[in-house]
Structures are given as C-alpha cells and as structure tokens.
Design a protein around this ligand. Structure first.
Ligand code: 13P
Length: 343
C-alpha cells in the first residue's frame, strides 16, 4: 500500500516541519538515568535525581535557545520533572514554541544468537505509553537502534539489520497512529578501526532495509524524521577521512537510500568531536545545498551539551556560563544547518 494516511496525517506533517524548521535542529537530552549518571561521574557530579533535574533545567531554560533549537528529546523521568520553582519542563518548552519529544525505546539488548550485536526493545505496551505521552504534550518520539561494525567478526549481520529495522518500523507505525512523529534512529556506531568505505556500505544497507520495512508497515514518510549517523571513518582508523569527504559520502549515501518525501533528516554526533560535528554538517550544506531533497540538520546530544556539562560541574554559580556554552554550540550548529558557519 502506498497511499496510506494515518488519521492524524496533517498534524504529523506540521509537527515534522516544525522540528526541522530552517536554521534549527533538535536537542537530545534523553539520556537514560544510567547514561546520564555515567556522564556526571566522569566530571565529578553526584549521580542523583536532583542533579539530573537541575542539569536538564539548566539546558531547557538557556536564554534564546529556541532560536536554534526547535525541540528537545526528553527521557521518561525528565518529562515528568519541573523547574526549581515548579513549572513543568513541558510548559517551559511549549511557552518557547518548542516541540516536546520523548525517548520511548527501552534500550538496546543483546541479540540472542549473535556474537555481540544488539536489538532495541520497547514495543510491548508502546501503544498505551504513546497515548499517555501524547496526553502530556509530547508530539514526537525517538527509538534508537545500534549497528556495530566489526569486519573480523563479519558484523553487522543481516539478522541484526533486519531485526532492528523491523522494530523501528513497528514503532514508527504505532507513533503515527498516536499522532506522534517518530524519529527513527538506526545508528551505525563509530567504534572500530574500519575505513569510511565500510561505513558507507553498512549505512547504505541499513537505510535500505529501514525504508523497506517502513513501507511494509504503512508508515507515512512525510511524518517521519530520520536520525542517522554520518558516513565516517571508524574512530580508530589509521587514515580518517577529512571533512569534505565525510560530507560528500554522507550526502551521496542519503540520496541513494532516503526517499525525497521524508519529513527530514537529522544527525546524531555519535562520539564525533564538538567542532567536527558542526564542520561536517556545514560542509554538507556548502557543498550540496541544491542536492538535498529534505531538510538536513542536527539532533546532537554530546556535541551540544559537552562544553556546558564540563563547565557546570553541578555548581549553581556556574549555570549562566554553562548556558552560554550550550547556546554557542546550538547557534553554530544552527548556522551549519544553513551552510553559514565559520569559526
Ligand atoms: P549524540 O549526539 O551524543 O550521539 O546523541 C544523540 C542521540 O540522541 C543518541 O541517541
């Protein structure tokens, strides 16, 4: 079936457009408690609910962030939290005209029968959870699948690619039924010493399978946002490709695999450096502006939050400067999404 329209099709299309409005991107602050605590411990911040709340308040109340950030992806704990003076984070965002997003997968778990691969879980009860989040005010969701490259072990396997793509498509269909725009995130991990050509081949195979499964689950592409990794050399590769090559190969791979009707494409930073993430996005727009059939922008977590987290250290006196640092990265990435970033 190619002409399927979910009941809330118009609303989904409007939400997707708002998420990738020109010059803006999406802030990811949906780290699970475990991941957030790990990041806190690395810079000496106490891993408590109170500190997680303070940190998310710092980010969400950053003055003028809404100029560059159309919406944020929250975690279940965060979407229920409030500022120190009692305003819900949902209201903070809505008053700034931002779209509220929620991570709904329950994590990547070991894939049975595989040598170290993972499959993302969270479909059980998802219809009910989406209805609750919609009622609360969430208008988009995120589901992240991880695809590891290990050429010595023959990874990724078809089994892993297909299982994850199938789950992404079932999640996306449930989201659209609920009036929630699905961000589908099949992340090809940067870990390893593979070259950029290997990453390109895996990304192409993965995206082809994801769009095949979306088609079979009657997902309306105009109301979907793809969150993808870039086509990039493995972190440990000996001769890592430069900025222009990453930009060129990423755009070519997306053009070959992502239908023009899709609502938008956003990138994760995936362990790239803060500057690198901005430079790559900018180069795609500078070099390929007239060849992009979809809005193409950012949905970074670490590449926006990193400098703010390092500065904050959990100290109330550091909040204003930490916010400035988050704003600076958001602004540079907003400029990069227009091909207007320069150092
Ligand atoms: P990074 O930008 O830190 O990779 O995080 C993006 C994200 O949302 C991962 O799921």
């Amino acid at each position: 079936m190619t002409t399927y329209r979910p009941e809330k099709a118009d609303e989904l299309i409007q939400t997707a457009k708002a998420m990738v409005a020109p010059g803006k991107g999406i802030l990811a602050i949906d780290e699970s408690n475990g991941t957030c605590n790990k990041r806190f411990e690395a810079v000496g911040i106490e891993p408590t609910e109170q500190k997680r709340r303070e940190y998310r308040e710092l980010l969400l109340t950053t003055p003028n962030l809404e100029e560059y950030v159309s919406g944020a992806i929250l975690y279940d704990e965060t979407i229920r939290q409030t500022t120190g003076d009692g305003k819900s984070f949902i209201d903070v965002m809505r008053e700034r005209g931002q779209v509220v997003g929620i991570k709904v997968d329950t994590g990547a778990k070991p894939l049975a029968g595989s040598d170290g691969e993972k499959v993302t879980e969270g479909l059980d009860g998802l219809r009910e959870r989406l209805a609750e989040y919609y009622e609360m005010g969430a208008r988009f969701a995120k589901w992240r699948a991880v695809i590891a490259i290990d050429t010595a072990k023959g990874l990724p396997t078809r089994g892993c690619i297909e299982a994850n793509a199938h789950a992404l498509a079932r999640y996306a269909a449930l989201c659209q039924e609920a009036g929630v725009v699905p961000i589908i995130e099949p992340e090809v991990l940067i870990d390893g010493d593979h070259d950029i050509t290997t990453c390109e081949r895996v990304t192409e195979e993965e995206l082809n399978e994801v769009f095949r499964q979306l088609y079979h689950q009657n997902v309306m592409l105009e109301g979907v946002i793809l969150k993808t990794s870039m086509v990039i050399s493995g972190k440990g590769a000996s001769n890592r490709a430069g900025v222009d090559e990453v930009a060129d190969r990423t755009v070519e791979t997306l053009r070959r695999t992502v239908p023009a009707a899709l609502g938008g494409v956003v990138f994760l930073s995936g362990g790239q450096g803060v500057e690198e993430s901005t430079a790559h996005l900018n180069a795609m727009h500078v070099r390929h502006a007239d060849r992009l059939p979809w809005p193409l922008t950012f949905s970074y977590a670490r590449a926006i939050q990193g400098p703010a987290l390092n500065y904050w250290k959990g100290e109330p006196g550091n909040v204003a400067e930490a916010q400035q640092r988050a704003l600076t990265r958001a602004k540079y990435n907003g400029l990069a999404s227009l091909g207007k970033y320069s150092e």
